[in-house]
Design a protein. Structure first.
Length: 63
């Protein structure tokens, strides 16, 4: 009960703070979802991506 009252007073009482909370939540969710998707893609395709096999096709330059 105390959590819901605090949440109401902090976010839901005013439309402007509610809108800001929605925008911030959407941006945060998008970042987490995007990074999670990229991590899953790299996990499922490990050993097949260019950054994993690049050393097989490039020469080391050095003296």
């Amino acid at each position: 009960m105390a959590l819901s009252k605090t949440l109401y007073k902090a976010i839901f009482r005013r439309s402007s703070t509610f809108a800001v909370a929605i925008v911030v939540s959407a941006v945060f969710f998008e970042r987490v979802f995007d990074q999670g998707g990229d991590a899953l893609f790299e996990y499922l395709n490990r050993g097949k991506l260019w950054k994993h096999i690049k050393h097989n096709y490039t020469e080391k330059t050095g003296d």
